[in-house]
Design a protein around this ligand. Sequence first.
Ligand code: HEC
Ligand code: HEC
Length: 352
Amino acid sequence: MTRPWRMKLALVGSACVWLTALALAAHDTQIASPVAGKKAGEAFKNVTTSTLKELSVDDFIASMGLISANLGLDCADCHPNAGTDKADFVIDTPRKVMTRRMVEMVAGINRTNFGGVQRVTCYTCHHGRITPATTIALDSWYDAPNVELDDAVRQDNGLPAAEEILDRYTAAIGGADRLARITSFVATGSAIGYGELGGNADFTLFAKAPNQRAILISYKDTQRPTSSWSFDGRTGWIKTPRGLLGEYELIGSELDGARFEAQIAFPGQIKQALSNWRGATTRSIGDRDFLVVQGSGQRGFMATLYFDPKTALLSRTVRYGPSPIGRMPTQIDYADYRDVGGVKFPFEYKFT
Ligand code: HEC
Ligand code: HEC
């Protein structure tokens, strides 16, 4: 099937961490590209912490986004003029120096107290604040309980097993036979951006079974070159001409994430995309409950999938890549499912 159709791709949210990270930086300053395969400690001028310097460049930038989110900060709160042409990511500011100490401290806490398992992250203490709170406000003692949940999903009593939820989904979008007959598709639409990011643009998505996918975003502002995200079944590349890194090869957890997204573009193979499926449990998005399952990939990769209990359709995936300072989440919401030749496709993606 190679019938193109319209769909909306919305890139929204201030927590759109690594896309934001890539786009916030000044135009073609800083780093020579491409930076294929280099570790952060080599690719950057002043990256010295024992754990972060070992990351791939894209995982490093993602962890910068994660630190920002965990502390409720922007890049510019640690890097002078980030987001402008005069950005200086290399210079050491007092807060940057403190951050390095914290990165080493977190590694130390986990090593000495939790047998090297990552139980403590920046978020454990910071919870979106620069200075962690020290004392409970007594008003919140009997107040609404904290609704933040474990990353890990377990099966609740009385709920179906994860495999059954996945089977229901496969049936609901068109059935295994019809899904197996889709070997490629092309989707076009418009990208609604967050701030300067990705807005006022058209996108084209190309997908080929079992696991190839490319997204091209072309901006109506003609000054701005096309951005692309592609995965060819083995390697992945990102090209964001105005971004910090320009063009670079995906390695580390971003490569695992790109593979996962390419695989589930053909939902007939969703069960094989991950292993060790667990759930279902119930979790809410807004005021509605969803049936939630989770699976694991290689190298600490995992993904949590939210299914609408009424329609059995997939409403959200949150995929997690590991990093030395905590799991890095990427969330995709799917909506506006429509029938295309007997198979239901989401016509709206929201990427956070
Ligand atoms: C809370 C402070 C903090 C925030 C917020 C922060 N960074 Fe960093 N950044 C650091 C530290 C610390 C280092 C050095 C890490 C090391 O030595 O391992 C660094 C290093 C960097 C470098 C490498 C510069 C070089 O050449 O040496 C880049 C690029 C970078 N950050 C980008 C970003 C971006 C983009 C954001 C926003 C998404 C961001 N940072 C947010 C603290 C921060
Ligand atoms: C065990 C709890 C704990 C963990 C885990 C933790 N921090 Fe902190 N952090 C603190 C406390 C407490 C302060 C305040 C210190 C002070 O005010 O003297 C602080 C302060 C900071 C500051 C300075 C803020 C400012 O006012 O400029 C930065 C930056 C920071 N932490 C970054 C991080 C990062 C990044 C991580 C994860 C790698 C992390 N912290 C993990 C407890 C923690």
